[in-house]
Design a protein around this ligand. Sequence first.
Ligand code: HSE
Length: 435
Amino acid sequence: MSRDQINVGIIGFGTVGMGAVELLETNADWIAQRVGSRVVVKTIVDLDWKRERRYTVRPEQQSTKINDVLDDPEIDIVIEAMGGTHPAHRVVADALKRRKSVVTPNKELIAKHGAELLNLASEAKVDLMFEGAVGGGIPIIRPMKESLAGDRIQRIVGIVNGTTNYILTAMSHEGLDFSAVLKDAQVQGYAEADPTADVEGYDAMYKIAILAAIAFGSHIDLNSIYREGITRISAADIEYAHQLGYEVKLLAVAARHHDALDLRVHPTFVPVDHPLAAVNGVFNAIFVQSDPVGDLMFFGRGAGSGPTGSAVVGDVIDCARNINLGASARVPCRCYLNLPIQPISEVQTRYYLRTVVKDQIGVIGKIATILGDHQVSLVSIFQPHLEENTVGEGLAEIVWITHQVQEAKIQAALQALDKLDEVIEVANLVRVEGK
Ligand code: HSE
């Protein structure tokens, strides 16, 4: 039998917490019809109630003490919207132990402690839901857990960080360098004052770890995931990518190869005819190859108050329905494997290589010989002709695209190139998507 009212407590009233409260209150009648009970935001915890906000809440909802939510027996569902793991980990564990369902869009928390927290939720017979943790407003966790539960997911490739996609898109459209675009993105509020988590790929790493755990039923050792950010991508790399028919994207990749996982985050040349090449600005997209369903693409806004609030409220409604159903059991963590993650040295992919060389007869031949000696097969060689020589008098840039080759081989080739007198530097090495 449905209860008259289900109460929600929210910890953290920033962008996401506010988006969730606004949606729960604005659509309260509609949500009540869908749940069979009114879902009421009873208490909101935040340390700063003086800050001016777009959406204001009633004084009796405001608190500065987390325990006003945790200790309140009338609160059935807790939304954790603090971010980070301290104190979020303790707070979520406490809430679950007190038999409150928890909704969190906190990717770091779920990537690091998801298994433990899901098991706690299952023991307490409550829910832990985290649709907003990956892809913001894009439904991806529920489709992977439920709709595709009978499929064999083979590979996931995603643009799962909006900040870096905004920066790379601006670099691509305006021909600017990374640092100039980052500064502008910070002024406009698209990038954090400390952009490390986004531009160095940590945010994307947490998200792909969550997707991989669900897709492959395996615990994921975050320390084994290869992670490279976008700070070394230059305007020249993007210009050459265009000339060769690619866009540069920060991709998060997860695939199963026999008894190991290929799991990595790095900038990638994406062929312009690939669906991910057209995903621009702050948008996210996740491309899933699965058997027997085939190729799927999930696309939408990966961050922000409205989109993440939408994912959080969808989860709250699901939790509230389970409370009304009196669902007596919840699914624990379903990771039954501990698949190792391939070291990056064993990964096979294609590469873009940008070399600065002495502009002399025979230099291309010498480099090609070294690459060949290391079993690096070439798809194309390209000498850009820029209006002005930006690399220096007597020097030239040569760009190389390889066939698929093991990373260890290309790294060995780079060491050999380093010793070649004619090679001034290997200015960049970027992985290339595709066979
Ligand atoms: N910082 C993330 C992004 C949003 O830029 O996509 C929250 O996960």
